[in-house]
Design a protein around this ligand. Structure first.
Ligand SMILES: C[S@@+](CC[C@H](N)C(=O)[O-])C[C@H]1O[C@@H](n2cnc3c(N)ncnc32)[C@H](O)[C@@H]1O
Length: 234
C-alpha cells in the first residue's frame, strides 16, 4: 500500500518506472504480480535476498539515479549498532545523486505506543504467536499456542517496544529438527522483537554519523512518525 502511494506520484511525472523490491521472502513474487497488474508501465526486477544482498546487486546495476525507500519503520527492529551498519551499507551503495527515503517511528506517549502494540483486534498478538506456529511447522516442534500470550511493553530508557511471548504454565517443548528441548517456567518470557523509537534530534545525529545530509523531513499531524529524505553528504 505504501509503495503504491509513491508509485502514484511517480506515475504523474515519468513515463516509465523501474522498481527493484528487495525482500528475503518469496512473497515478493505474489506482491510484484499484483503491482504489475495495476501499473502496466512499471518494470519490476524483484530481488529475493537479504537487504544487503539486494543492495550489492543494485550497486553496479546502471548509472541511473535511484530513490532508495525503506518505509514502515522496519529500521526500528535493528539495534543501534546494526542500524548504523545498515545505514553505512545504504550510503556505500548510493551514487552521488541518489536519494534515500526512510520511515522512522518517533518517541511518543507510552500509553499510545503500548496500545498500538496491544491492538484491540489482537493482530499484533497473532503476528507474535505466529512465530511459534512457524517453528512448529518448519522445525517440527510441539509448542502449544494456548500456553502463551503476547506481551508488549515500552521501555522508556531504551526507547523501544519490547515484544515477548509469556509462558502461562510450567512447560517443556521439543524442537526436533533443531535438536533443542527447553523448559519454561510460568510467566517466563521469550523475547521476540524490539522496535526502537527515535527523537528527531537522534535521527539527525544518526544520519550525520552515517554520511547523510537531510534534505527534508515530513511528519504526520500528531508528530508520531517521520519520513526523512537524505542524500549522500559528499
Ligand atoms: C514487517 S515487514 C515490513 C514491510 C515494509 N517495510 C512495510 O512497512 O510495509 C518486514 C518485511 O521485511 C522482510 N525482511 C525481514 N528481514 C529481512 C532482511 N534481512 N532482508 C530482506 N528482507 C527482510 C520480511 O520478509 C518482511 O516482508
Amino acid at each position: 500500500m505504501k509503495t503504491r502511494l509513491i508509485l502514484n506520484i511517480l506515475n504523474q511525472i515519468q513515463e516509465k518506472i523501474e522498481y527493484f523490491p528487495i525482500d528475503i521472502s518469496e512473497i515478493l513474487t505474489e506482491s510484484s504480480a499484483l503491482l504489475q497488474r495495476d501499473y502496466p508501465n512499471l518494470h519490476i526486477t524483484g530481488i529475493i535476498d537479504t537487504y544487503e544482498g539486494g543492495l550489492e546487486f543494485l550497486k553496479n546495476y546502471d548509472d541511473k539515479k535511484n530513490l532508495i525507500i525503506f518505509l514502515g519503520s522496519s529500521f526500528g527492529n535493528f539495534t543501534t549498532d546494526e542500524g548504523k551498519e545498515f545505514l553505512n551499507k545504504i550510503n556505500s551503495t548510493m551514487k552521488d545523486d541518489d536519494l534515500f527515503l526512510i520511515g522512522l517511528d518517533l518517541v511518543k506517549n507510552k500509553i499510545i505506543l503500548e496500545n498500538a502494540y496491544n491492538d484491540s483486534q489482537g493482530i499484533t498478538a497473532q503476528f507474535n504467536l505466529n512465530v511459534l506456529s512457524r517453528i512448529n511447522d518448519e522445525l517440527d516442534a510441539d509448542f502449544n499456542l494456548n500456553n502463551f500470550i503476547h506481551y508488549a511493553i515500552y521501555n522508556e530508557n531504551d526507547q523501544r517496544i519490547e515484544m515477548y511471548l509469556k509462558s502461562l504454565v510450567d512447560q517443556s517443548v521439543i524442537i526436533s529438527k533443531a535438536n533443542i528441548s527447553l523448559t519454561l517456567k510460568k510467566n517466563e518470557l521469550i523475547h521476540t522483537e524490539h522496535s526502537h523509537k527515535y527523537k528527531l534530534s537522534q535521527i539527525q545525529e544518526l544520519m550525520h554519523q552515517t554520511g547523510f545530509k537531510i534534505e527534508n523531513t515530513w511528519l504526520d499531524k500528531n508528530d508520531h512518525f517521520a519520513l526523512t529524505l537524505v542524500s549522500k553528504n559528499n
